[in-house]
Design a protein around this ligand. Structure first.
Ligand code: 6PG
Length: 469
């Protein structure tokens, strides 16, 4: 058994956990690592080299080498695995020890786990980690929530391992309870929206304009040099250039068009519905993945409703410019929905989120990092209580000046019969949000007519019911 005491422990040594261990050790903090799978433990041992890493062969040994009060991070699949790790760990821990769940756990599970561990005096934090394998290794965006005193204990480690933007670490204490996991869930909801929007731009350029993979790669590369600069745009440009080693063809053209999901985008939509905060782009993105997954049905339907996609008429450069502007406007509208959801959730769940911090820590390391986040950060800096940043003149103005291109692009898609649910949803959201009057008055009348649900009037206070004729 190792004599040395280790600063922090990691349970779960899959690629994410192992990379995070190496990242922590590279920043001068000693780490003990454990995984039920001994092959993963050996892998860590091999990769550790001369770093201050202890690859533990048993959970007892893992816990015993940690300095007290202990800090143990878990990077294991969300769901039952998290509960089973906690069940195994808890009897070996003492009051004052801290467990951190750094996986994509459902925020309500995080609250329940924190409550049950608090009975034993064990502190519990939920930290959102974004950036994939490379992020975990070289600098993720970290979204911590839980007891403030627990955060203070791990702050130096988190600040050291996080991505940095202009010397500023992409981590901030977000709030109590499940605040961190909630923010990560919304991050992923926005991620779903942006990915679907980019996919729709791809469809318009591929089926609508007939662009080749090389041309697509170069369009996204050019766009990445503009206000559209974003990690997802950058990787999209690389994806179109990737050649399949087996066939020599472009890999993207050999990938089955059924999008999978682990559920975080769906949770975002479900919760947004629960707390009545509109997120139509995220909802449409989840639905688009579900529709993509019923490929066999789509294949049958494509024979019944066969339609030749005509080529998009008009000057290609003009259409590409419209598309670029439409995509940027739709991206702004997607972030706006996600941030407004966070503002609402902050009140409902008493997280006391600081949206400037959220935008700041999303500027680097995470999947939705984009130049736009600096603009969003600045808007919340100027007005911390801004509910929807579309009311900020710069960001709102950026949508306004591109709205005609967004309309034109949606029109092209409608004429060609190409599905662009997220572009449409972002436009409809914009049009709904900027409407002082909506036909919801009729819905209220209908509800009162068939169900005596009552309605409010614009000229009198109170609740009214009418015997409709
Ligand atoms: C991140 C990613 C990460 C993961 C997604 C994938 O921020 O690093 O969001 O958490 O890749 O959960 O989610 P789906 O499988 O649902 O697409």
């Amino acid at each position: 058994m190792a004599e040395q005491k280790y600063k922090i422990g990691m349970v779960g040594l899959g690629v994410m956990g192992r990379n995070m261990v190496l990242n922590i050790a590279d920043h001068g903090f000693s780490v003990s690592g454990y995984d039920k799978d001994q092959a993963q433990v050996r892998e860590l041992q091999t990769e550790a080299g001369s770093r201050a890493i202890y690859a533990a062969q048993s959970l007892d040994a893992f816990v015993n080498v940690l300095s007290t009060p202990r800090v143990i991070m878990m990077l294991v699949p969300a769901g039952r695995v998290v509960d089973s790790v906690i069940q195994d760990l808890a009897p070996l821990l003492e009051s004052g020890d801290l467990i951190i769940d750094a996986g994509n756990s459902y925020f309500k599970d995080t609250d329940l786990r924190a409550k049950s561990l608090a009975v034993k005096g064990i502190l519990y934090m939920g930290i959102g980690v974004s950036g994939g394998e490379d992020g975990a290794r070289y600098g993720p965006s970290l979204m911590p929530g839980g007891p403030k005193e627990a955060y203070e204990r791990v702050k130096p480690v988190l600040e050291a391992v996080a991505a940095h933007v202009n010397g500023d670490p992409c981590v901030a204490y977000l709030g109590s309870g499940s605040a961190g996991h909630y923010v990560k869930m919304v991050h992923n909801g926005i991620e779903y929206g942006l990915m679907q929007l980019i996919a729709e731009s791809y469809d318009l350029m591929k089926r609508g304009l007939g662009l080749s993979d090389d041309e697509l790669s170069s369009v996204y590369k050019d766009w990445n040099k503009t206000e559209l600069n974003a990690y997802l745009i950058e990787i999209t440009s690389h994806i179109f250039a990737q050649v399949d080693k087996q066939t020599g063809k472009r890999l993207v053209d050999l990938i089955l068009d059924e999008a999978r999901q682990k559920g975080t985008g769906m949770w975002t939509s479900q919760n947004a519905m629960d707390i009545q905060s509109p997120t139509p782009v995220i909802d449409a993105a989840v639905v688009a993945r579900n529709l993509s997954a019923i490929k066999s049905e789509r294949e049958v339907a494509s024979k019944i409703f066969h339609m030749q996609t005509p080529q998009l008429q008009g000057d290609r450069n003009i259409v590409l410019n419209q598309l670029k502007n439409a995509l940027y406007a739709a991206m702004i509208l997607t972030y706006a929905q996600g941030m407004a959801l966070l503002q609402t959730a902050s009140k409902v769940y008493q997280y006391e989120l600081n949206l400037e911090d959220v935008a700041r820590i999303w500027r680097g390391g995470c999947i939705i990092r984009a130049a736009l986040l600096e603009e969003i950060r600045a808007a919340f800096h100027a007005h911390p209580d801004l509910h929807n940043f579309l009311t900020d003149s710069r960001l709102g103005g950026a949508v306004l000046s591109r709205q005609n291109d967004l309309r034109a692009v949606v029109e092209h898609a409608v004429k060609l019969g190409l599905p662009v649910p997220c572009l449409m949803a972002s436009l409809a959201y914009f049009d709904g949000y900027r409407s002082a009057w909506l036909p919801a008055s009729l819905i209220q009348a209908q509800r009162d007519d068939f169900g005596a649900h009552t309605y409010e009037r614009i000229d009198e206070k109170g609740s009214f019911h009418t015997q409709w004729e």
